[in-house]
Ligand binder design. Structure first.
Ligand code: F6P
Length: 535
């Protein structure tokens, strides 16, 4: 946890630096970009457009030492029970081989599961495992929610360029419309389901799994051969068996993998099915390379540590209210959705590990979308609204064999936005612009933009399995380091449980009409309206 002396030093550094402009820091130091650009595992982080300087960086790296980030990472990767409220380790790093020599027994279980996943994937691709009518599979639908959906969904979208072996689809929402739209146009005879649920108790997933099963049987897949079309991934093998999924079609995961950290486990089966075993292995290798970088690199050169320190600096000391993730790649269009769960479910907490109240903000509100789409929507608020924010611009340098001119336009937008966030437009420039437009000078403030918005640029050569693996791992470790700095548990999610409990009660009320009086007046009126509309 952050030491109080480090906290005091950071407060005074923020006080000192706040009046400065990032643009002038860049002007004053010709080496700034070199000094604040760090590399690891095929990713480059350019932090030169953050409101930091040498002294602030020193205070941040002292804070990292004071909180022993390096020691905390060793604890994580060697299986310490960092999730104290569930008394579990959080060993997602082991799933990609990090710490394997320290944990041989678990590694054997992982290897065994990987072998089974590989065999299943290759049997589908070779045509030795076919659908009920003897036809090869063409499509796979992943059914899951939260961590059992967002990671694989994001990665499958990102791997667009890798030649697809099966078309991948995702069903998540309990709203039947989700399933209906996804299955529209698919052939049940050539479609495989992967039901992903760590607990196998999640209402949305079980409801969708049941409906998808009926879709298969309605489409002519007999009850007797339905097993050929369904895989499950879960820690709860007995619940999957009760659901009718045979043991040989179930892939285990373990309670020491958090849902939002589970894309490296059999939860990633859809990635292998969609894009091949080699791609899945490369994805794991990219993450492992980031683990190795994180384990071996000193703080100010360590990408995840620097990302965490910058998030702490911006959120807690420069008082930014929100953090944007802006990938200039359509392939990364689901990155922000994935990171919302990773960041906000992990660190959206209000007590320390010891149960004391945290009076400062913890996780930032994270949002974003693929550039340049956001530019024509909410960037107006970024440039001229009053909100304080930080951002990560994610910039793949190459874009496969696509229209070069369009790719150049995309990259120009990324660089232009980064520069606009930096320099803004001054009062003087706005006066000139107003005059050029023939407008009175009192309208010039409408053209002003403060600029000076702290942001990093995360650069990679291209979006490929290795870089996507490294990117996700970097954000995972950033999230953990932040939790260590804030002294909280990043691996539980008690905040989402209350809604599930109340949801069960209300479902019974919506069905029977009983229990309305036990609800508050507003919820009771809404429940009554729903009953009326559905009577
Ligand atoms: O509702 C939140 C949550 O518990 C997430 O943490 C988890 O990723 C998701 O539900 C799905 O859970 P499961 O994989 O057990 O169905």
């Amino acid at each position: 946890m952050l030491q109080s002396s480090d906290h005091a030093a950071l407060l005074s550094e923020a006080e000192r630096l706040r009046p400065n402009s990032i643009a002038s820091l860049l002007d004053q130091n010709p080496n700034r970009v070199i000094e604040l650009t760090i590399r690891g595992a095929e990713l480059t982080l350019d932090a030169s457009k953050q409101l930091i300087d040498e002294h602030a960086l020193k205070a941040l790296s002292d804070a990292a030492s004071g909180a022993d980030l390096a020691g905390a990472f060793e604890q994580l990767v060697t299986g310490a029970k960092v999730n104290i409220t569930e008394e579990r380790a959080a060993l997602h790093t082991l799933l990609r081989g990090t710490g394997a020599s320290e944990l041989p027994a678990l590694t054997n279980e992982i290897d065994e599961t990987l072998s089974r996943m590989r065999a299943a994937t290759e049997a589908i691709h070779s045509g030795s495992h076919v659908g009920a009518s003897g036809q090869r599979f063409t499509d796979v639908i992943n059914i899951g929610i939260g961590g059992s959906d967002l990671g694989p969904r994001m990665v499958c979208r990102a791997l667009d360029e890798v030649s697809a072996q099966l078309n991948t689809h995702f069903i998540s929402n309990v709203d039947p419309h989700d399933l209906d739209v996804v299955t529209r146009g698919l052939n049940p005879q050539t479609t495989l389901l992967v039901i992903c649920s760590k607990t196998f108790t999640t209402e949305e997933t079980l409801t969708n799994a049941q409906r998808a099963r009926s879709w298969l049987t309605d489409g002519g897949v007999s009850e007797a051969s339905i097993g050929q079309h369904v895989f499950a991934v879960t820690t709860n093998l007995s619940a999957a068996a009760e659901f009718g999924i045979e043991e040989k079609a179930c892939f285990p995961m373990w309670d020491w993998v958090g849902g939002r950290y589970s894309v490296w486990s059999a939860i990633g089966l859809v990635i292998a099915l969609g894009f091949g075993w080699t791609a899945f292995m490369s994805f794991l290798a990219g993450a492992k390379a980031m683990d190795e970088h994180t384990r071996a690199t000193e703080c100010t050169k360590n990408i995840p540590m620097m990302m965490a320190l910058l998030e702490l600096w911006n959120t807690r000391y420069l008082k930014t209210e929100t953090h944007l993730v802006l990938p200039y790649s359509q392939r990364l269009e689901y990155l922000a959705d994935f990171l919302q769960q990773l960041t906000m479910e992990s660190n959206g907490k209000r007590v320390t590990l010891g149960g004391e109240a945290i009076n400062e903000v913890t996780a930032p509100v994270l949002w974003g979308s693929a550039g340049t789409i956001g530019q024509h929507s909410y960037y107006q608020l970024l440039h001229q609204g009053n909100r304080r924010f930080s951002a990560d611009i994610v910039l793949p340098l190459t874009n496969g064999d696509v229209d070069r001119d369009a790719h150049r336009k995309l990259a120009s937008n990324a660089l232009a936005q980064s520069r606009a966030l930096l320099i803004g437009r001054s009062a003087e420039e706005s006066q000139i612009l107003a005059a050029d437009k023939g407008l009175p000078s009192e309208l010039a403030p409408h053209f002003e933009m403060p600029g000076n918005h702290p942001h990093s640029t995360l650069v990679m050569d291209s979006v490929n399995p290795e870089t996507v693996g490294a990117l996700i791992a970097a954000y995972e470790h950033k999230t953990y380091f932040l939790s260590v700095l804030m002294g909280l548990n990043a691996f539980d999610q008690w905040g989402v449980e209350l809604g599930k409990v109340i949801g069960k009660q209300i479902r019974a009320t919506l069905e029977s009409g009983e229990g309305l009086n036990d609800l508050d007046a507003s919820t009771a009126a809404l429940a009554a309206a729903w009953r009326e509309a559905n009577s």
